[in-house]
Write a protein that binds this ligand. Structure first.
Ligand code: ADE
Length: 233
């Protein structure tokens, strides 16, 4: 089963963006995943192809019209049970756990919001799951969709070969990743920690776990709160 991403956007030129390069791009060329875009504006009815209107109740900005977006969604996902996401700063925070869940499925349909938002009735009526990539506001959902897809595609089977297996990635075990080093042994007077060149694999594993826990405790204590890890101290 090929993972298929369909992006609904007013800016299809933003895709595949950086996903045409590097590992994701090679995987796209090899057909290990597929991407298609839908121009929301193609579903506008009027002469000016209007997609937005002023917010009910007044206020700044414009709101994406529900009828047009609903048509665009129905055109792609009729009889299709891929999850439908709406990139939005008020969505559920994207986590590695969510990324793994999406990567295990057949694909996603992603709506990229623009303007001040999307009419709530299309979010409710088309079961859109709002997803946020962080507590900051982008000018549109497109870079957020690219970020989500980057995270998903890199863990699809075969995309990174065996480069992922046996690694200690950040969040893999709920911890930030331990520091990494490579040659030279001394760089600007700073040495590689001796344990890493000791050849003692048990000691190396212990050091890495301790460092991962230390970094997580100091930088992201929220990741540790209420969780059980193989904590050493
Ligand atoms: N659109 C605008 N800001 C966003 C964010 N932080 N996450 C997802 N989509 C967005």
């Amino acid at each position: 089963m090929t993972f298929r991403a369909t992006i609904l956007t007013l800016y299809p030129e933003m895709f595949p963006g950086h996903l045409a390069l590097s590992l994701a791009g090679k995987a796209l060329e090899r057909g290990q995943w597929a991407l298609d875009t839908v121009q929301i504006r193609d579903f506008a009815q009027d002469r000016h192809r209007t997609v937005d209107d002023t917010p009910a109740g007044g206020g700044a900005g414009m709101v994406l019209k529900p009828d047009i977006l609903a048509k665009a969604i129905d055109n792609v996902s009729d009889g299709d049970n891929r999850p439908r996401l709406l990139m939005s700063p008020r969505g559920n925070p994207l986590t590695q756990e969510k990324v793994r869940e999406l990567a295990a499925g057949g694909g996603v349909v992603i709506v990229c919001g623009r303007f001040e938002g999307v009419d709530q009735r299309v979010i409710d009526g088309r079961n859109l799951e709002e997803v946020s990539i962080g507590d900051y506001v982008l000018s549109g959902g497109e870079p957020a969709a690219l970020t989500l897809l980057d995270a998903v595609v890199r863990i699809l089977p075969g995309v990174m070969g065996n480069a992922l297996s046996g690694t200690h990635e950040s969040f893999e075990n709920g911890l930030l990743e331990h520091p990494q080093y490579t040659r030279p042994q001394v760089f600007e007077g700073r040495e590689i920690p001796a344990v890493l060149t000791s050849g003692n694999h048990a000691a190396i594993e212990k050091w890495r776990l301790e460092e991962a826990e230390r970094l997580t405790r100091t930088r992201r204590p929220d990741l540790l709160a209420g969780k059980t890890h193989p904590v050493t101290k």
